[in-house]
Design a protein around this ligand. Structure first.
Ligand SMILES: [Fe+2]
Ligand SMILES: [Fe+2]
Length: 271
């Protein structure tokens, strides 16, 4: 069941948190549907694991034939690997960074992306949606080279993709965090240190994001942040050393350790 992050007579934001079965092979991921005056957009619809459930779940709220956009923060498999199926099942156009525009056709059958990709320049912009608009904010290198966040001025939700994530279960992802205590930071820290590119871009991003009026900050993995947790996240993010800040010559040595290769289970019928 989706969580309603916002709803009024003309506008709704839904979050799906538990479409991918939790078997420890695939990381928990959130998918989002925004509807304004009968027009819809899916944000970061995910991979093939999420497609069937999201498509069915979405159809309960909204006709897939009225889907205008598939909006991708970046081009990772957990963001957009289901692209072929979305382009087949809806008339929507893909909105993605120009950095990835010519790479995403590799996710689809030949010709599927013809005239269906809106490549967005590094500066971002305001995308019309129904009678409203979504703001595409530059978030490059957090973590992907071409990366956008999405601000919805009606609900005042900032969708932050892989920034602000916590590694947790689909159930825990349903409960907004209001205080960024040690327990929650422990679920965030390892991911941000390794996946975010540098403290410089974290600080540039925080300076931009502080100018927004944000009711909820919603990442693609784990729980939304609201109330005091939003300012606490900004403070934490702008002081975090991460990515290339932490890498030096000892991380670039010729390897000596053998990679452990587990024995494969024999396919059925093979002696
Ligand atoms: Fe990613
Ligand atoms: Fe992700």
């Amino acid at each position: 069941m989706p969580i309603e992050l916002y709803r009024d007579g003309q506008h709704a934001c839904l979050m799906f948190t538990d479409l991918v079965e939790e078997d420890n092979q695939a990381v928990q991921a959130n998918q989002f549907l925004i509807v304004d005056n009968g027009t819809g957009a899916v944000i970061d619809p995910g991979g093939n694991l999420a497609f069937n459930e999201l498509f069915l779940g979405m159809s309960r709220h909204f006709s897939p034939q009225k889907l205008s956009y598939i909006i991708a923060s970046h081009a990772d498999p957990d963001i957009i690997a289901s692209l072929d199926r979305w382009l087949t099942s809806t008339p929507a156009q893909l909105v993605i960074s120009r950095v990835w525009e010519r790479f995403v056709p590799h996710f689809t059958k030949v010709g599927k992306t013809d005239r269906r990709v809106i490549g967005v320049a590094d500066a971002g912009g305001r995308l019309p949606l129904g009678r409203s608009e979504l703001w595409l904010l530059p978030a490059h290198f957090l973590h992907s080279e071409g990366n956008f966040h999405f601000y919805d001025p009606v609900s005042r939700i900032l969708f932050t993709g892989d920034l602000g994530v916590s590694i947790t279960s689909g159930r825990d992802a349903q409960v907004p965090v209001t205080d960024l205590g040690k327990g929650h930071l422990r679920l965030m820290e390892g991911f941000h240190r390794r996946y975010m590119v540098s403290n410089k871009v974290m600080r540039l991003w925080v300076r931009m994001a502080r100018q927004l009026d944000i009711r909820m900050l919603v990442p693609q993995h784990g729980a939304p942040l609201e109330g005091a947790a939003i300012g606490q996240f900004f403070d934490w993010a702008e002081s975090l050393m991460c990515g290339i800040d932490l890498f030096d010559e000892k991380h670039y040595q010729l390897p000596t350790a053998a990679i452990a290769v587990p024995a494969k289970a024999a396919p059925a019928g093979v002696a």
